[in-house]
Design a protein around this ligand. Sequence first.
Ligand SMILES: [Zn+2]
Length: 127
Amino acid sequence: MHIKRMLYLAEQESKKSTYYQPIGAIFINGNKILSRGYNQLRHKAIGGGRSGYTAFSCSLHAERDCLSKLEKERIRGGTLIIYRSTRSGDSALARPCRQCMWMLTELGVRRVVYSTGQAPYFEELKL
Ligand SMILES: [Zn+2]
């Protein structure tokens, strides 16, 4: 799947967020979209995720929302795409935070593509 297409789909996901900085994520493995997620405010535990990472947090990051829906075995080797938009709808930097990066590495995600605020509006990391 083309990077622009993946970012577009993550952007669509970010529109579900009510957060002041909407972030959406999609996860692809074997050329298929396996999961989608977006950042949310959470005030209570919503149970253990299938991947072994619970979705509990006061602020649930899009990466964690997306990957907590999947079994670990389906995550290894895949690609996570993260899109963040400003309140006015422009592309903004969506580089994962340290905790999310740690989780991505632990789960064996191979590639991360995230939006930025400057052309070409994305960056890519190989983990
Ligand atoms: Zn994070």
